[in-house]
Design a protein around this ligand. Structure first.
Ligand code: ADP
Length: 537
């Protein structure tokens, strides 16, 4: 019993250890993943900073700066002239490309507050806002030749203009000049900036990572899309970064969203982005739980079997004791000449004979059972006519019956041929007859018969006993299984008789079962393959 609990404890401990290992594995994978995710996020941040720097250079240095210089040069050379359209500004090669960014030019007189624009059709609201803003900006306007930009939302639309002092070195400037930015063109300039090379430092991945592994979205204001590269990745390891006041707030209303393709994680982080092993681990854990449960169930069955075995030993001893006591008692009676008449002496001898037969039958059963357990049964089957063999066996069995008790009659209609081992057949039939007599009423008639059908021969024993409940009809054929007729019943047994029958029959290629008998009791059937035709006999 303690061994059972010890083994169960060991199994459950192994299960707990497997659980612990699974948890460890899950923890290791998820913490690796967590690290990888934050590394990818950091790289996205790095790439977004490079993007911001590059875009500001592209637009500020190659766009706004040449444009302001061209505007100021024109204004210096043409004092008092009406403003020309941006495209008409004289420009060198570098400035020429920048001209497209301006949708109109303007000048603002700081003393009179007069605003002049190159576009006579500039919406009045825009012109008024421009005037107001410039008036406020004039004091702090850059006078060192550089420029600044302003974003304004007018009637729900975002506008931006770039301004600078008209006369370099004069503080505060007497005049401001500048241009309105055609925001719809910024996307093209951003694209050029992105196209200048990988946003991630090439050293990170030996130069293998291009911008194709990056998703990029540039938004103006709340939701106006200026530029997009690629499709957003799932899962998302990225950043959202406003240009803010970098480069004196040149593109301050613009925000960049940037993410790195999770597929390239292995090139950036050792071990890449490990997939969660949870389903696999849970699967394995479930399997182990199942195996441990099966092992424990097996253990319980084993324990029950051990208990049955130990009961078996005491049952056999008990079964042996009964006939032995009888034999000793009547032998003593004879030896001490205590018999009162020759008939009594005869009866004592008969009892001794009967009980010693029972004893040898019982011993034979136990031996047979033990042999079958060790698979050491050797059979010598020979073709036999069944009817004479069964009659012989009934003759052999009759002396085992108590006087005035049950009787056995045969119903041997056919005389089939079977190939059987005679000793085995004796064991089979005697066991069935013994059970029929034991479990049936005292003066019953037990019938032993044969039936032949479809090349199979059935030998059956039909009694007038209580029969067998359907639920027990399979169980009783197993070793040690007994069905107590009622608690406290005096009917004892070893519980191996039927298992010996089934084993021997199976070794002859036959089958066994029990069904309802014709006279209210049980009918035990042994079915064997027939050998050839009907013999006479
Ligand atoms: P044993 O008779 O020694 O108990 P068996 O293996 O011969 O063992 O039989 C198993 C059980 O089957 C018996 O305990 C009994 O409950 C039941 N059984 C066997 N034969 C009969 C029968 N003819 N009528 C009623 N029950 C029977």
């Amino acid at each position: 019993m303690r061994r059972f609990y010890l083994i169960a404890l060991l199994l459950i401990s192994s299960l707990l250890l497997v659980g612990l290992l699974a948890w460890q594995a899950h923890y290791a994978v998820s913490s690796h993943r967590h690290t990888a995710e934050s590394v990818l996020g950091d790289y996205a941040d790095l790439a977004s900073s490079e993007f911001v720097r590059r875009t500001l250079t592209e637009i500020g240095y190659y766009g706004y700066y040449p444009l302001i210089r061209a505007t100021r040069a024109w204004a210096v050379e043409n004092p008092g002239a009406a403003l020309v359209a941006p495209a008409d500004l004289p420009a060198d090669e570098e400035q020429a490309r920048a001209l497209e960014l301006a949708s109109y030019l303007f000048t603002y007189d700081a003393r009179t507050g007069a605003l002049e624009t190159s576009d006579p059709e500039l919406p009045a609201a825009l012109a008024a806002e421009l005037g107001r803003r410039l008036e406020a900006l004039v004091e702090d306007a850059p006078t060192d030749g550089s420029y600044a930009s302003v974003f304004a939302e007018i009637e729900g639309e975002m506008h931006s203009f770039v301004y600078a002092a008209g006369d370099v070195g004069q503080t505060p400037p007497r005049r401001l000049l500048g241009f309105g930015v055609d925001l719809s063109l910024l996307g093209g300039w951003i694209e050029r900036a992105v196209g200048r090379g990988p946003l991630l430092p090439p050293s990170l991945s030996d130069g293998e990572l291009t911008n194709e592994s990056i998703f990029l979205e540039v938004i103006l204001g709340e939701d106006q899309l200026l530029y997009r590269l690629g499709e957003p990745y799932q899962p998302w390891f990225g950043v959202e970064k406003p240009f803010g006041d970098s480069y004196r707030g040149l593109l301050e209303e613009i925000t960049v969203r940037l993410a790195i393709d999770p597929e390239v994680a292995p090139q950036l982080v050792i071990g890449g982005l490990p997939r969660s092993r949870l389903p696999l681990l849970l699967g394995i854990l479930g399997l182990v739980v199942g195996l441990v449960l099966i092992a424990i169930m097996q253990l319980r069955r084993e324990r029950a079997l051990i208990r049955l075995r130990s009961d078996f030993v005491s049952r056999v001893s008990h079964e042996l004791r009964t006939p032995l006591t009888q034999i000793r008692m009547f032998a003593e009676t004879l030896l001490l000449k205590r018999v009162r008449s020759p008939e009594e002496g005869q009866r004592a001898l008969e009892i001794i004979d009967r009980e010693s037969r029972r004893l040898s039958h019982l011993v034979e059963n136990v031996l047979q059972f033990s042999r079958s357990e060790h698979d050491a049964i050797q059979l010598a089957p020979e073709p036999r006519s069944l009817a004479p063999l069964l009659s012989e066996l009934v003759d052999e069995f009759n002396p085992l019956l108590d006087e005035g008790g049950a009787s056995v009659v045969t119903r041997l209609v056919d005389n089939p041929q079977v190939t059987v081992d005679e000793d085995a057949m004796r064991q089979i039939v005697l066991n069935l007859l013994e059970n029929a007599v034991k479990y049936g009423p005292p003066r019953q008639e037990v019938q032993l018969g044969t039936t032949q059908r479809n090349g199979r021969v059935q030998v059956w024993v039909d009694d007038e006993g209580p029969g067998i409940r359907t639920a027990d009809r399979e169980r009783i054929w197993e070793p040690f299984q007994r069905v107590a007729p009622d608690p406290g019943s005096a009917l004892t047994g070893t519980g191996i008789g039927l298992s010996v029958v089934r084993d021997l029959v199976a070794r002859h290629g036959g089958t066994t079962w029990v069904e309802d008998g014709l006279r209210g009791g049980a009918r035990f059937v042994v079915e064997l393959p027939a050998t050839g035709g009907e013999a006479s006999g």
